[in-house]
Design a protein around this ligand. Structure first.
Ligand code: NAD
Ligand code: ZN
Length: 238
C-alpha cells in the first residue's frame, strides 16, 4: 500500500480551463446539474444527460494538463509504489500528463468511456472524444443494450470508494488538492495520516483546515512545487 495519498478534485483542472462544480460557469450554467447528473432523473431526461456528457467529452479534446497535473504525474512515475493518485475528476488530464490509466484511480468515473446499462453485462468501452451516438449507435458491442456515460451520478454507488478507504488506512502523508470537501469528507481522512497537506484556492466551509499539518491557499500550479518537495523529503528521509 502507498505511503503517500494524493486526492484531487475539480480545482486541479480549473487552470486547464475546465469549470469546477461550485465555482461554476460555462457548461454547468446551461444545465440543471441535479437533472443531468442524477440517476433517477436521467431515466426521464436521458437525451439531456447524453447531450451534456457529449459536450463535455468533446470539449475535453482540446484541454491540456497544467503544471500541477504534470508535476504529480512525474512524481508518481518516479515513486510508483509509494504514491497513490486518486481523483474525483472525470477528465483525462493526468493521463494526458503521462500517467498510465492503471496509475490513476477515478472515483467518479471517466468521461471518455461508456458503460453497458445491462448490469449483468456492464462492459466498459473507451470511446475517446466521440459522441455517444457515434459509438455503435449508443449500443453495447457485446449485448446490444443501451450504453450510458461511465460516470457515477448522484444517488449511485461509487465502487472505487472502497479503494480510497483502503488507501487511507495505510497512508502516512495525505495530500488534498482542489476539492471543496462537499462530496468526500477530507477532515476525517486527514486524521488517519501522520502528516497532511491541504491545497485549495480558498477556504471551504466543508473543510476544517485545523486538521491539516500544512495549508496552502493558492492555485494548484503555484502550490505544487512545495507539495512535491515535501513528498520527496518524506519519501527520502536523511
Ligand atoms: P468543487 O467544485 O466542489 O470544489 C473545487 C475546489 O477547488 C474549491 O475548494 C476551490 O477553492 C478549489 N480550486 C479552484 N481553483 C483552484 C486552483 N486553481 N487550484 C487549487 N484549487 C482550486 O469540486 P470537487 O470537490 O471536486 O467536487 C465536485 C464534483 O464534481 C466532484 O465529484 C467531481 O467529480 C465533479 N467535477 C469534476 C470535474 C472534472 O472532472 N474536471 C469538473 C467539475 C466537477
Ligand atoms: Zn452489454
Amino acid at each position: 500500500m502507498a505511503k503517500v495519498l494524493i486526492l484531487s478534485g475539480a480545482g486541479i483542472s480549473a487552470e486547464s480551463g475546465i469549470s469546477t462544480f461550485r465555482d461554476s460557469g460555462g457548461l454547468w450554467d446551461e444545465y440543471d446539474v441535479s437533472v443531468v447528473c442524477n440517476y433517477d432523473s436521467m431515466q426521464k431526461h436521458e437525451d439531456v444527460t447524453i447531450e451534456f456528457y457529449d459536450k463535455r467529452r468533446s470539449e475535453l479534446k482540446s484541454k491540456e494538463p497544467n503544471y500541477a497535473h504534470k508535476r504529480i504525474a512525474e512524481l508518481k512515475n518516479m515513486y510508483k509504489k509509494e504514491i497513490a493518485v486518486i481523483t474525483q475528476n472525470v477528465d483525462n488530464l493526468f493521463e494526458k500528463a503521462g500517467l498510465k490509466p492503471e496509475d490513476v484511480i477515478h472515483l467518479h468515473g471517466f468521461l471518455t468511456q461508456l458503460r453497458c446499462q445491462d448490469s449483468y453485462c456492464g462492459k466498459v468501452f473507451d470511446i475517446g472524444y466521440k459522441s455517444q451516438k457515434e459509438f455503435n449507435g449508443g449500443r453495447c458491442l457485446t449485448c446490444n443494450s443501451k450504453l450510458r456515460p461511465n460516470i457515477v451520478f448522484f444517488g449511485e454507488q461509487a465502487p472505487m470508494y472502497e479503494e480510497l478507504n483502503k488507501q487511507i488506512q495505510d497512508c502516512e502523508l495525505f495530500v488534498v488538492i482542489g476539492t471543496s470537501g462537499n462530496v468526500i469528507g477530507v477532515n476525517t481522512m486527514a486524521q488517519f495520516a501522520t502528516r497532511s497537506i491541504l491545497n485549495n484556492y480558498e477556504p471551504s466551509s466543508a473543510i476544517n483546515d485545523a486538521y491539516f499539518s500544512k495549508v496552502l491557499y493558492k492555485k494548484a500550479t503555484e502550490a505544487v512545487d512545495e507539495i512535491a518537495e515535501e513528498i520527496e523529503t518524506f519519501l527520502n528521509p536523511r
